[in-house]
Design a protein around this ligand. Sequence first.
Ligand SMILES: *[C@@H]1O[C@H](CO)[C@@H](O)[C@H](O)[C@H]1NC(C)=O
Length: 338
Amino acid sequence: MERILILLLALIAQTDALGCMSPVCGANPANKVQNCDPNGEEICGKFNGRRSNNIRFAGLDLHCPVKEPIFAPISGILTYEMPFGGDPSKVCADQAARIDGTGQWQGYYAIITTVILSKYGGEVSAGERIGSAGNIECALEHTQQSNTNYVQLQVFREGKPVDPTNHFTDCMCTGQICETNNKNLLIGGFKGDSRFNGVKGVEIVCTLAEEDAETTDDIVTRAPVIYSPIEGELIGRKRLNFDQANRRYEGCENEGLFIVGTGKWTDFTVNLYNVRYRDDLGFGRKHIAQGQPIGYRLTCPKASNSIFVEVRFQGTVVNVTNQFLAKDCKLPDFGILY
Ligand SMILES: *[C@@H]1O[C@H](CO)[C@@H](O)[C@H](O)[C@H]1NC(C)=O
């Protein structure tokens, strides 16, 4: 009973797209940054843009009126920080939220200034409300204040500032693909695989899911659930090798899934190997969201502890390793192929 419940939970779960962040400010779902100076001078709220104090800032100035709700961009542990270190002349702005990432965001932290927190610590999920926007320029003279208030977002990976822009806008990172691997850890890099007709792509670690047995202390295993890496139409079961002589498909490992991208993934197709279709989805084309459970890894005697994923853009195999690993959510330039 318990086992069935765990599996059901895994099937209902929809994973977040790896690497894509939730909007920070309620009034600014598009994560617009403060405008560049209309006079053509380079004073910008973008990453490393020159701010009005002439200093380049390794973060984003996101439009956000005072009192607007502020949401956690990533999941993690929330703490309160004083970004101006208690400077008496900046007390009114000296409140920030720091979130130390957990799960896929381990190794990252985000700081949002100025935020009046409604929660002072503990675990928060991406998209959860943590407070409201304060007035970041409250310490400046009225004439020096910007027309619109903003919050500053800084994101760090291993202590170094990273540009979060593409983690919000046009975020083209894939979702988590295998239930037992929440970071899409790879075996090797972008490569060919002779087991699947020499296709090129990435091999993603995908070990069996483990659970405690109901009655004994044993650990039992089951096939891990596979989630869709992109939004698209699931065409269903795919057989790789057709045995012409015997006029049938042979072999337990001879199975995969095929997805045709839709929405922002239009022009992409994805083949997943060592994966079987989730029969309970029924026959025919199915529209699927990114992160939706679509199948299971194979458990044939010779099935590897991994799955293989091939991605094509306009029919050509492409290397989107960084989008699988969420290192960069901006697509490489594949060139215009029309
Ligand atoms: C694939 O892309 C990754 C990330 O950009 C790069 O490091 C790697 O060298 C590429 N591999 C091939 C074979 O092009």
